[in-house]
Design a protein around this ligand. Structure first.
Ligand code: 5AD
Ligand code: SF4
Length: 469
């Protein structure tokens, strides 16, 4: 689909002195957007685009946007205002800049973005990234909108990053295994922006993970909008579950840790729970959004489970893996939520005890069933509830972190730390730990004794075994 309303945008012809073309990509929102941003950079690399972290240097600016909450979308429009100024400044200096809006705002708003943001040359939805080089070329002639759900699989057409690039991106990598969602929670835009659930075939995922492992990646996070609904085609022709996929990924040389995100309680089946008991590589961490503790609100949200069913899943997960760290998402102020409903959310939080959490004020998203509901909760009540929930969840997080002080656990070292001589890694429970240790340990797992808790990270010292090694 093309929009030819406006005359041609200037070509993205690279630096004035023939220097390589540069692309700046900013990802908003979820991990999938961060991963997609990397794949866009990979798709553009053969076209001669090198990545830059300086937007002012960029011949091509891509905003990979998020539409999940109102604020996320508004942020994109204000950033586009700044990009417009930058584009004129660069134009005054004789340098062209092409501007791309990708991601879920692109999918949801389409041509509306061209109307609201004159600097934008190309609007491209999440299913068309493999066509990015071609679309960027087309956008030189006329502004383009591509928000189709193409029949071909973009993953079949996206080039893999070079080994050097994979290595530079670090020892922990995301891999998309599933996309889209069929759950249709009444507040959520994802089923509309990302489309129906689809799972990548096992052999393709394994090939991606193998390439990452060969480049030095040690931890993979398998991601999907509803990842535990994974049901991909296996090499044997049968449909594989996420648990079965984990086992195959764990067999790949070099992969020592597996994580996954994000899950729905309804898809937390026995096989997946058992994997937490049986598969040592599967990290003892589960992000399982519950959104609310009130059955009335859960029903209005179309979550398809009750608060007690959630408690029951947690009990089963904990009996399979007693040290598991639990994390969740919460929405306060869903239409019709009373003080009593909110109390039920607090009660569920007290019952479960979370190691970490994300919490949001409900925001009505255009086109979702909940947006049409009356009985919207006042901004004031939402703010009060959010603050109260945050106090409780922060206290639980601090207590969880406090409880790891004194323990010795395996840390996967990821990068340089805050201070010289420090490197930082993660515990199996996804806590960041700053450790005085040599750079040569980056990419390795070593036992560390946690010595102290800061507000956001932990501090630790290499355990004797590591020093001796
Ligand atoms: N308002 C507030 N929070 C939302 N989320 C999704 N849609 C909305 C909305 N309309 C939150 C949910 C979800 C997380 C990714 O974002 O908690 O799990
Ligand atoms: Fe949105 Fe619900 Fe699907 Fe999660 S499960 S992506 S909240 S519709």
């Amino acid at each position: 689909m093309q929009d030819n309303e406006r005359p041609a945008a200037p070509p993205s012809s690279g630096g004035v002195d023939g220097a390589p073309k540069k692309v700046f990509i900013k990802a908003y929102g979820c991990q999938m957007n961060v991963y997609d941003a990397e794949r866009m950079a990979d798709a553009l690399a053969p076209e001669g685009y090198a990545e830059t972290s300086e937007i002012a240097d960029a011949d091509l600016v891509i905003l990979n946007t998020c539409h999940i909450r109102e604020k996320a979308a508004e942020k994109v429009y204000s950033e586009l205002g700044r990009v417009r100024e930058l584009k004129s400044e660069r134009a005054a200096a004789g340098r062209d800049t092409a501007v791309v809006v990708a991601g879920c705002v692109a999918q949801a708003e389409g041509g509306e973005i061209l109307r609201r943001a004159p600097a934008v040359d190309l609007v491209v939805g999440p299913q068309s990234y493999h066509r990015l080089p071609e679309l960027v070329r087309q956008a030189r002639a006329a502004r383009v909108v591509d928000t189709e759900f193409p029949v071909e699989d973009k993953f079949d057409h996206l080039p893999r990053a070079s080994r050097e690039k994979m290595r530079a991106r670090g020892v922990s990598a995301f891999v998309t295994v599933q996309e889209g969602c069929d759950k249709f929670c009444s507040f959520c835009v994802v089923p509309y922006t990302r489309g129906a659930e689809s799972s990548r075939p096992v052999v393709k995922i394994i090939a991606d993970v193998r390439a990452l492992a060969e480049a030095g990646v040690r931890e993979v996070t398998l991601i999907g909008q509803n990842v535990n609904a994974y049901h991909g085609e296996g090499p044997d022709g049968a449909t594989w579950s996420l648990a079965k996929l984990f086992a195959a990924v764990a067999d790949i040389d070099g992969i020592v840790r597996i994580r996954y995100s994000t899950s729905h309680p309804r898809d937390m089946d026995e096989e997946l729970i058992a994997a937490h008991r049986d598969l040592p590589a599967l990290a003892p961490y589960l992000h399982l959004p519950v959104q609310s503790g009130s059955d009335r609100i859960l029903a209005a949200m179309n979550r398809k489970h009750t608060a007690d069913e959630y408690r029951d899943i947690i009990a089963r997960v904990r009996s399979a893996r007693p040290d598991i760290a639990l994390s969740s998402d919460f929405i306060v102020g869903f239409p019709g939520e009373t003080d009593a409903d909110f109390e039920e959310t607090l009660r569920l939080v007290r019952d479960v005890n979370f190691a970490s959490a994300f919490f949001f004020k409900y925001s009505a998203r255009p086109g979702t069933p909940a947006a049409a509901l009356g009985d919207q909760v006042s901004e004031e009540a939402k703010s009060e509830r959010l603050a109260e929930l945050q106090r409780l969840l922060d206290a639980q997080r601090f207590a969880f972190n406090e409880a790891t002080v004194g323990k010795t656990t395996d840390i996967l070292f990821e990068r340089a730390g805050r201070h010289p001589g420090q490197i930082v890694g993660k515990t199996p429970w996804l806590q960041a730990v700053q450790v005085d240790a040599p750079f040569s340990l980056i990419g390795e797992i070593a036992p560390v004794t946690i010595t102290a808790r800061g507000s956001n990270s932990l501090f630790g010292a290499l355990a004797e075994t590591a020093v001796a090694a």
